[in-house]
Structure formats: C-alpha cells, structure tokens
Design a protein around this ligand. Structure first.
Ligand SMILES: [Zn+2]
Ligand SMILES: [Zn+2]
Length: 245
C-alpha cells in the first residue's frame, strides 16, 4: 500500500494507513514478516509467522491464499510502536545466538579498528568530508586529500530521540550510500535477528557500535568511522581505503 492514504487514529490523529495481520495486532511481540521498507512504501504490509506459512506456499499474496489473511488497519505510528515491541522477543537459545553474534562481531570490529588506525591513522588528518553520491569519505589536510574511503552509511543514533535508525530506512540519504545495506537486513531476516530488521528503535550510542559491527561482519568491511551529527552520531562502514597519492 502506498504512503499517501490516511487514517484517523484515536491516539495519533490523522496519520498514514498501514496494514498488518490480525495476529500481529493482537500480539505484536512475535516475528514480523514484510518486505523491506522503500521510499514510497515506508510501512510495508506485515504478517505473522502463521500467516507466513500461507504466504510461502504461493510466494506472494494472491486470490489462492489471501482469504486466510485478515488485515487490520493501523496508523503508521501505531505500526512503528507495535513493531518495536517485537524487538526483544528472542528468548532462550535464540537470544543466546544473537548475543553471541553481537559479541563476536564486536570483538572482530575492535581488531579491525586497531589495524585500520595502525595502517592509515584516520584520526591524524585535519578534516573529513563525505560525498554521498560517490559513497566516499575523504580525509584531507589543508585542501590536500590524504585518504579515500569507499563507504556505506550504516545508520545513526539520535541522542535527542534516543533511537537507532538504519540507513536502509533513511530515505533522506543518497541511494549510493545505502545500496549495499539491504544485505544486512536480509541477513537479519535469514538469521531471525529483530534488531537487524526493525528500521528504528530505542537506542544508545553503544547500539550504534553493535549494529555497525554486524554490518561490518555482513559486508566484509574494514572498519567503522563514527561522525558527530547535530543530534547524535552517524556510523559509516569503511569498505575500502586507499592513499590519495
Ligand atoms: Zn497472522
Ligand atoms: Zn496510531
């Protein structure tokens, strides 16, 4: 469903219309299945694992299986807050698998960061600039470029709203800097890791590092560069580095 249809929500007033299966409305603390959000469909139709069995039989919703789906309308703000409730749904072995993944990725990132700094001394340059269309981060001194990095934007932590926002759901960024990030979300779908799938959620700076370590792992990146922004931090995955001369 496209973003332009509106609904009047008792709690939030006029907002965008979204559709989710009745089971997710009744109990949002379970797995959400949906397409990835896109610029013109930021709150894609979502359904539970039980409905997903029917979806997978056809590979789409069509006249053969859609009778089983009872979609409910939610306003986009209700959709987002219901989806966020599914963030901590993992328990037991599944929760442990996620924790181990984060611990391992964070340990690997720490080593990569040390190696990157040792080899290229990112911190020693006077300034940095990014070029979103070229997906490039340039370190320079007195107008002379020193290092050129190919980058992907991972996401950002807002210290104002205390949230994490994945770059793949941040459509104010150029397509070039978020193009490869779809792989990170797909990996989250495959492994059933909710924090890699939900676009925006309550977070602190440490979450930015953890999600960046996950992205570095999936993308095989060389490290992370964190830049300050007006309301927090933007995390960039460094895919490649080379000296400018
Ligand atoms: Zn369902
Ligand atoms: Zn609402």
């Amino acid at each position: 469903m496209s973003d332009d249809s509106k609904v009047s929500c008792a709690a939030h007033g006029e907002a965008y219309t979204t559709y989710v299966c009745e089971h997710l409305v009744n109990n949002p603390v379970q797995r959400w299945h949906s397409a990835a959000p896109s610029e013109d469909n930021r709150w894609p139709d979502a359904w539970c694992s039980k409905c997903n069995v029917e979806f997978l039989k056809q590979g789409e919703w069509n006249e053969r299986n859609e009778k089983g789906l009872v979609p409910k309308i939610l306003c986009h703000i209700c959709y987002e807050s219901a989806q966020v409730r599914s963030l901590n749904r993992l328990s037991g072995a599944a929760a442990q698998t996620w924790d181990e993944f984060v611990d391992n990725s964070s340990a690997v990132l720490q080593k990569k960061q040390a190696l990157l700094e040792e080899t290229f001394q990112l911190g020693s340059h006077k300034r940095w600039d990014w070029d979103q269309d070229k997906a490039q981060l340039v370190f320079s001194n007195d107008g002379v470029a020193a290092l050129l990095c190919d980058i992907a934007f991972v996401g950002s932590v807002s210290t104002k709203s205390n949230t994490w926002l994945w770059s793949w759901a941040n459509f104010s960024l150029s397509a070039a800097v978020r193009a490869s990030m779809g792989k990170v979300r797909e990996f989250g779908e495959e492994r059933d890791f909710p924090k890699l799938i939900i676009p925006k959620w309550p977070a602190e700076e440490v979450d930015g590092w953890e999600m960046s370590s996950a992205a570095v792992e999936v993308l095989g990146a060389r490290g992370v560069y964190r830049t300050p922004s007006q309301n927090g931090f933007t995390f960039l995955a460094i895919l490649n580095v080379r000296r400018a001369q």
